[in-house]
Design a protein around this ligand. Structure first.
Ligand code: SAH
Length: 358
């Protein structure tokens, strides 16, 4: 249970251990006179053994468990509803401590098991075809809330001890919530915790160039996916407003400079909007733009929704576009839309009726 401590009261604020990486947890235990390894034990209970109740952490002494119960807490997003699509994709509606809601999605057998998690409540990027973008940004998620989604999904899908992938492709722009996102990835990667290898994690971004440059220096580095969606500045300015700040040239330079894992490539996501950005000329321009970049293209035929002023192109148009890219030597795939019947597909994550724009 979350204990609410009023600001300004003389009660010391209760520390939320779910927000701590392992070193911080060790420091927190040292600060109350315990050896550092006790912090590591708590971290293992939480992230490796999936135990959130202090009283169940049986290798801690009874007095320490009792003390932690009053002086610390472990918060976690609460599962509110679960919707299973005909294709097995499962959408989870989660409630946060402040009553806000987020969605996270389990996508089975692609052939991997994949968790798609959110990094913000809403999103400030306002891409013209994305429903989440219509909400505006309500708030950033904390590192604990980002890592917590993975814990909840792993538990619910019984995949905690199996390999799974994580895509930061839910609600929000991960690089607009940089510090919390990177801290969550460090918590998730920790060998004493869930030990999710960074190569199993893909971060998708609209292209915040300075943040991409910062990401390039990180030790725990996810794979990069870039939401490109257009091949000229004019067109991208209209579809992805952040392009007015960071042009295509700046963006492609940052991609060229991004370090590559062995055999790793940047994924360029390209949402296809009927008769807007899906012509053979667009395909040829896209191939030229990617010339010299170790990348691959993932085409996302638009998932239509009320309030989105674009339509989905026909399969023929999608295939023609893909063929032109392939003929120019570009590796291309078409994203099979998963979970459309439960509105769990890309760009459809929006919690209707439960949030107000701030
Ligand atoms: N903010 C990040 C993370 C979201 S990832 C980003 O933009 O990359 C979700 C992906 O789905 C992005 O590539 C996004 O552009 C795409 N998308 C958004 N709305 C969509 C829609 N209606 N149909 C298909 N793809 C969409």
């Amino acid at each position: 249970m979350t204990r609410i401590v009023e600001q300004g009261s003389d009660v010391a604020p209760v520390k939320d251990f779910s927000e701590c990486d392992r070193l911080e947890l060790e420091a927190a235990l040292v600060a109350i006179g315990e050896p550092a390894f006790r912090g590591r034990q708590v971290f293992q209970w939480l992230h490796q053994r999936d135990v959130v109740a202090f009283e169940a952490m049986t290798d801690l002494s009874a007095p320490l468990r009792a003390r932690l119960k009053t002086e610390a807490r472990i918060s976690e997003p609460t599962l509110e509803t679960k919707q299973v699509s005909s294709d097995g994709t499962t959408k989870f509606l989660l409630r946060l401590a402040d009553g806000r809601h987020i969605e996270a999605v389990y996508i089975p057998d692609t052939p991997n098991q994949t968790f798609c998690v959110s990094t913000q409540v809403g999103c400030a990027m306002a891409c013209g075809f994305c429903l989440t973008g219509k909400m505006g940004l309500i708030r950033n998620l904390t590192a604990g809330e980002i890592a917590g989604q993975v814990r909840v999904l792993a538990r619910e899908t019984h995949l905690r001890t199996s390999p799974f992938n994580i895509v930061l492709m839910g609600m929000g722009e991960p690089l607009h919530n940089y510090d919390a996102t990177m801290k969550a990835l460090r918590i998730l990667a920790d060998p004493q915790g869930l030990a999710v290898a960074p190569r199993r994690v893909t971060l998708s971004t609209v292209g915040l160039v300075p943040a991409i440059e910062k990401l390039a220096q990180e030790e725990v580095m996810p794979n990069l996916a870039l939401s490109l969606h257009a091949t000229t500045d004019e067109q991208r300015n209209a579809l992805v407003p952040i392009n007015r700040k960071y042009s295509l040239t700046q963006l492609m330079d940052a991609c060229r400079a991004f370090p590559r894992r062995r055999r790793g490539r940047i994924t360029f996501e390209y949402v296809m909007l009927n008769e807007v950005n899906d012509t053979p000329d667009d395909a040829r321009r896209l191939a030229r733009l990617l010339d010299g970049i170790h990348g691959k293209v993932n085409l996302l035929p638009l998932n239509e929704a009320a309030g989105i002023p674009y339509t989905r192109p026909s399969d023929t148009r999608v295939n023609t576009f893909a063929r032109i890219l392939a003929d120019h030597g570009v590796t291309v795939s078409v994203r099979k839309s998963r979970g459309r019947d439960i509105r769990a597909a890309c760009g459809q994550l929006l919690v209707e009726g439960t949030e107000a724009r701030v």
